[in-house]
Ligand binder design. Structure first.
Ligand SMILES: Nc1ncnc2c1ncn2[C@@H]1O[C@H](COP(=O)(O)OP(=O)(O)OP(=O)(O)O)[C@@H](O)[C@H]1O
Ligand SMILES: [Mg+2]
Length: 300
């Protein structure tokens, strides 16, 4: 199956006045499976938005190639753009137009057939809870509503690849939940989603796969479970009341505590509780959070 996104050896360097050129992306390789939600994470300045601007054809890579559903972004730019929806990091709206006019304009630009436009507009207005704002000018919307309008614009043509650059930055809890629901629903309907976030909890909740980027390089790529497994200590730690209890194969003493290598949490817990029974004073396993992994990987 053709991947939704295939980035190969992509590089981007910015020329700067009175400073050395800045290599914002270095040999970036990334593949996203169609129908998945993919999170792109990294500290400020890591290169996330730069990568997004290359994928969406806003700027051009200096090295490498980028394909969206098999379409080369540098050579088949228009066709590649038509199947994408993009929500940039900065909020931009067309202030003088009403919400409906904005959506009408974008539906035409993205080639939604004239006979289907009104129905599509009503559908996305409903999806983003903007129906009662349809006739208001974009400038009169609140910040959160502007962000919703940007998302509405980006999905008006049912894109195959939807790219959201920090869609939930500065939005309230209820709206975040709504955006999550929408993202999940779009994925279930077949849209592939690439999004960036600084909320690691959000990535844990939503993503099928996660890519960590730092200083313009991809430093890790995998499912949350892969990452957790790689970084977990894979041990169960416990304490006993009676330290003279018969040893269990695999258990190692460490000060007052004992460690047991973990393979399957439920099974291992059962083994230990059956062996030591009420002798167990405390027992825990450490599930590493994405936050810990992130901090570990991005510390300089
Ligand atoms: N047009 C530009 N000219 C010069 N430097 C740029 C330009 N755009 C981005 N950069 C630099 O490239 C690096 C990557 O920036 P980018 O916006 O991709 O980061 P980011 O990962 O999206 O960060 P954030 O989380 O803050 O949005 C930064 O050092 C930034 O200053
Ligand atoms: Mg950014």
């Amino acid at each position: 199956m053709i991947p939704a996104l295939s980035v190969k050896h992509a590089g981007k360097t910015f020329k700067r006045q009175n400073a050395e050129p800045l290599e914002a992306l270095k040999d970036v390789n990334l593949e996203i499976k169609a129908g998945s939600i993919h999170g792109l994470l990294g500290p400020n300045g890591a290169g996330k938005s730069t990568l997004i601007s290359l994928i969406s054809g806003i700027s051009v890579a200096d090295q490498g190639s980028i394909e969206v559903f098999g379409l080369d972004v540098a050579k088949q730019t228009q066709a590649a753009k038509q199947i994408q929806g993009i929500v940039p990091q900065e909020v931009v709206v067309e202030p003088a137009f009403t919400v409906r006019e904005v959506l009408y304009y974008f539906s035409g630009m993205y080639g939604v057939p004239a006979g289907e436009r009104d129905a599509r507009i009503d559908a996305v207005l409903k999806d983003l809870a903007l129906s009662d704002k349809a006739e208001e000018r974009a400038r009169s919307l609140s910040g959160g509503m502007k962000r919703r309008l940007m998302i509405a614009k980006s999905i008006i043509h049912k894109p195959k690849l939807l790219i959201l650059d920090e869609p939930t930055a500065g939005v309230d809890v209820a709206l975040r939940q709504k955006i999550w629901e929408l993202v999940r629903r779009l994925r279930d309907e077949g849209t592939t989603i690439l999004f960036t976030t600084h909320y690691l909890e959000e990535a844990e909740q939503l993503c099928d796969r996660i890519t960590l980027i730092n200083h313009g390089r991809i430093i890790k790529d995998g499912s949350l479970k892969d990452l957790q497994q790689e970084f977990s200590k894979n041990v169960i730690t416990f304490e006993l009341y009676d330290r003279e209890a018969t040893a269990l194969s695999g258990v190692v003493a460490d000060g007052n505590a004992y460690h047991f290598p973990m393979t399957d949490l439920a099974k291992d817990m059962r083994t230990l509780t059956e062996h030591y029974q009420s002798n167990i004073k405390s027992i825990r396993s450490e599930a590493v959070s994405l936050e810990k992994i992130f901090l570990e990987l991005t510390k300089d």
